[in-house]
Design a protein around this ligand. Structure first.
Ligand SMILES: Cc1ncc(C[n+]2csc(CCOP(=O)(O)OP(=O)(O)O)c2C)c(N)n1
Ligand code: SF4
Ligand SMILES: [Mg+2]
Length: 302
């Protein structure tokens, strides 16, 4: 989906929807330093959504799409749930998979893309809810990690099945009572970040989406590491405000409360040794590139 491929034929320009015209004119495709700060000043890759007003999943989507290092050559794989309501409005190639199958679909897709486009970087990113990732899709999630499939898995953890009215999920907290789980959860929240690490993921982060700069950093790291080394996993807390009885303005505070030290979404990160080395190399290259750009600007101004 590079700008070249979405360019509008001159003869058809005036009949194309203005949203599409804006996408071609001012989306950040191809911009190496794209990030959350482009939100508001460039055409975003998602501007509308059908989630509940104030749902933190909608913030998370915006930050993630703004931070993908290579959106024009990225394919996202979604699954059934609240997240799947958003994908039809996302300006990045995406596939909807049957509930729970997302990591199996992504495995085949990533392999097919590397055969079809051998010389080209093609990133695959799974984005699914906790029910899809840890319950119905757990086998597919784990097997992809065991096989060292080179893509990123993002779980929007809202600690229940939101889209079907609030059933218990493996990532729900112990004791939590939901509309369709009136007895209260009897077991502990599954320690999926730890399982991801044990299953071979090279980069694992557990955090909330309260800070866009942090989301940007972890998305970039996860995609780069998956591209070069092996599977990566991000578990992002996107509370279902509808189910926990908060209004649209309270999602951010809910995330801030849950990321305090010792709370269940306190920032947790694991980076494997090869991934650490890759991140150091990327940081050095980035520094060099920015210094060269600064020098060029200086010369142009002199
Ligand atoms: C194979 C299959 N099983 C069950 C369902 C019903 N279903 C739709 S969404 C959903 C829950 C999704 O929960 P989660 O993955 O946590 O996403 P959320 O809606 O919370 O974002 C379920 C069980 C389905 N659509 N397909
Ligand atoms: S039901 Fe919950 S997770 Fe789904 S859109 Fe509404 S607030 Fe968000
Ligand atoms: Mg959920």
């Amino acid at each position: 989906m590079s700008k070249e491929r979405i360019k509008i034929s001159e003869d058809l320009y005036d009949i194309m929807p203005s949203d599409y015209q804006d996408l071609v004119k001012s989306a950040t495709y191809g911009k190496e330093d794209r990030g959350w700060k482009d939100i508001g000043s460039s055409k975003e890759l998602i501007e509308q959504h059908s989630l509940c007003a104030g749902c933190p999943e909608s913030m998370a989507f915006r930050y993630i799409l703004a931070s993908l290092p290579n959106p024009e050559d990225t394919v996202m794989v979604g699954s059934t749930g609240c997240t799947s309501l958003v994908f039809p409005m996302v300006a990045v190639h995406n596939i909807h998979s049957l509930f729970g199958n997302q990591n199996a679909i992504a495995s085949g897709l990533k392999r097919a893309l590397s055969v079809r486009f051998p010389g080209r970087v093609k990133d695959v990113v799974v984005l699914a809810g906790d029910g899809a990732t840890v319950d119905i899709g757990l086998d597919m999630t784990l097997q992809a990690w065991f096989r060292q499939e080179k893509f990123t898995t993002i779980c929007f953890d809202n600690e229940l099945y939101a889209n079907t009215g609030g059933q218990e999920s493996g990532l729900m907290q112990k004791g939590f009572v939901a509309k369709m789980a009136p007895v209260g959860k009897l077991f502990d929240k599954v320690r999926l970040p730890e399982i991801a690490r044990e299953s071979g993921c090279h980069y694992v982060v557990n955090c909330t989406v309260s800070k866009p700069s942090l989301v940007e950093k972890v998305i970039r790291n996860a995609v780069h590491i998956a591209r070069e080394i092996g599977p990566t996993y991000l578990q992002l807390y996107t509370p279902c405000i509808l189910e926990i009885g908060k209004n649209s303005m309270e999602g951010l505070q809910e995330m801030r409360d849950s990321e305090k030290p010792a709370e269940r979404f306190a920032y947790k990160e694991y980076v494997s040794e090869p991934a650490k080395q890759l991140l150091a190399e990327l940081a050095a290259k980035d520094k060099e590139r920015k210094a060269a750009a600064k020098q060029l600007t200086g010369q142009a101004q002199a």
